[in-house]
Write a protein that binds this ligand. Structure first.
Ligand code: HEM
Length: 482
């Protein structure tokens, strides 16, 4: 009886008296947490939220205390202010572990960014370009060995290896040797752990805190090995004299010449954060670009021809010149739209005193998010939003621009923020552009890509989302380009 009474009061309060009661959404979602948790635990939340936006409009109540937006004005209102923090559930860290960029409060986060922003500025990234290029050359050499100049591979494996080796070298001056030993990165076990944690905490925050118990033992051993190796790498650099040009060299700057410094424990947790944030979104974007091109052979031929016409050899390829290739740029923009690399809602909490988001006055503590997948795939903002059409971005050249405007009249750039905006936007976006351009230019310069007989490239995109995309192998036939 008391349980029924509690339930009745909860339903009545959430539907009639709660500060968010006027916002639309399915009855069960407005009343209880469980529909949200269920879709999150089953890896379908961003797709379901898109369905809800298509049905209910620009703002949807996705849980009793949560609103999802696809209104472009909400980007600035939510993410433009440091005070809109990630919810506590996303900022938890084990006792005794130092803060990182994701968990830090507003002041600590500002100090971290002050130290790290220069490590990702244009001039620093120009210095990393030869490192990036060297690993992609090594990846091509491995592909050659595996295919003897032409044959079948799981491209996702090579992308994973290349991207992890690059971020290891750029962060600590030492790669993870994934390409060297043809071994998938041990850090992937951290991602598996995150996935287990996402599923567990969707069921209940209490179950979430048991995620260590729920993670299979071999993954835990690999996880502990990863943390130990990070601690060792950092302490070698802190105590050593080597000062090569890498991200660590910025974090270790002489405290006398800087008003913002990081402790050794903060360097450890932040360098692990950089390794995770600097690998997984790139692996997603590069593999998706390949899958989308394989599923669209005319686009694949066009971008390959553009690259081969621009560069006489692999040595000639540079990120700066690749940036001048309009169709390559359009392919990347369109990949980031169709398959946003950080697809899950980027939750934030309305700060004390309340705030206005997209014209709505919201009370303190309301959880708010821009549904990235919903926004980028919304037909309100992009014509034929589910179609991979790089041509929609060719709006500079006169003849093609007129055609793009005619075929794709809805093209709302305010809605499109693949790297986020504001003080917690993507720290590594300049590096990401260099990696994306070099990878595509080098791979497509060297190889013609084909879908293996009997396979369907478009089905690769049928994935679930637990924090990140759940990617399967990407089988490709490689043939040396003539
Ligand atoms: C295609 C590649 C990438 C995409 C699309 C991407 C996208 C994003 C997005 C959307 C966010 C904001 C997340 C949020 O609001 O909660 C973010 C944050 C971040 N990204 Fe990236 N990212 C990419 C590559 C990289 C790379 C190569 C690095 C290099 C280390 C990096 C480092 C970070 C960091 C450190 C943050 C957290 C920033 C903070 O909270 O202050 N990302 N990224």
């Amino acid at each position: 009886m008391p349980a029924l009474l509690y339930l009745g009061c909860k339903i009545g309060y959430n539907l009639r008296f709660h500060a968010l009661s006027k916002y639309p959404g399915p009855l069960a979602w407005r009343t209880f947490e469980f529909p949200h948790r269920w879709y999150k635990a089953t890896g379908r939340l961003p797709f379901k939220i898109k369905e809800l936006h298509d049905r209910y409009g620009l703002v949807v109540r996705t849980a009793p205390n949560e609103l999802s937006f696809v209104d472009p004005r909400a980007w600035k209102d939510i993410y433009g202010h440091r005070e809109f923090m990630r919810p506590d559930s996303l900022r938890r860290r084990p006792p005794g572990v130092a803060d990182n960029l994701i968990t830090a409060d507003a002041d600590t986060h500002a100090r971290f960014r002050k130290v790290m922003n220069p490590a990702f500025g244009d001039s620093a990234v120009r210095d990393y370009e030869p490192i990036v290029k060297a690993y992609f050359l090594k990846m091509l050499a491995r592909l050659d060995e595996r295919t003897h100049g032409g044959g079948y591979v799981d491209l996702l494996h090579f992308i994973n290896c290349g991207v992890f080796d690059i971020i290891g070298d750029v962060t600590w001056g030492r790669s993870f040797d994934c390409l060297e030993f043809d071994q998938p990165p041990a850090l992937l076990s951290v991602l598996l752990h995150f996935k287990a944690a996402v599923i567990a905490s969707s069921i209940s925050p209490y179950v979430g805190s048991l995620s260590r118990v729920l993670t299979p033992k071999p993954d835990l051993i690999r996880l502990d090995h990863v943390f130990a190796s990070v601690r060792q790498r950092v302490s070698e650099r802190v105590t050593g004299t080597a000062r090569q040009h890498d991200i660590m060299s910025y974090m270790l700057r002489d405290p006398k010449h800087s008003d913002a410094i990081l402790s050794e424990a903060e360097i450890q947790t932040n360098s692990l954060t950089l390794t995770m944030t600097g690998s997984e979104p790139l692996t997603s974007t590069l593999s998706a670009a390949m899958a989308l091109l394989l599923a669209n052979p005319a686009q694949l031929r066009r971008v390959s021809s553009e690259i081969r016409a621009a560069f006489a050899s692999l040595d000639d390829i540079s990120a700066r010149e690749a940036a001048e290739l309009p169709f390559l740029h359009a392919v990347l923009l369109e990949t980031l739209r169709i398959y946003p690399a950080v697809p899950d809602s980027r939750l934030r909490q309305v700060p004390p005193g309340g705030a206005v988001v997209a014209g709505e006055h919201l009370p303190t503590g309301t959880t708010v998010a821009m549904g990235c997948y919903s926004t980028f795939r919304s037909s309100r903002w992009f014509t034929d939003a589910d179609t991979f059409a790089p041509e929609r971005w060719l709006r500079k050249n006169d003849a093609e621009a007129a055609e793009a405007v005619r075929r794709f009249p809805a093209h709302n750039l305010d809605a499109y923020q693949p790297f986020g905006i504001g003080p917690r936007n993507c720290l590594g976006q300049a590096l990401a552009w260099v990696e994306m351009r070099l990878f595509l230019a080098m791979l497509l310069w060297k190889y013609d890509l084909e879908v293996p007989a009997g396979e369907d490239a478009s089905s690769w995109m049928d994935q679930k989302i637990w924090w990140t995309w759940e990617k399967g192998p990407l089988h490709v036939k490689l043939v040396q380009a003539q």
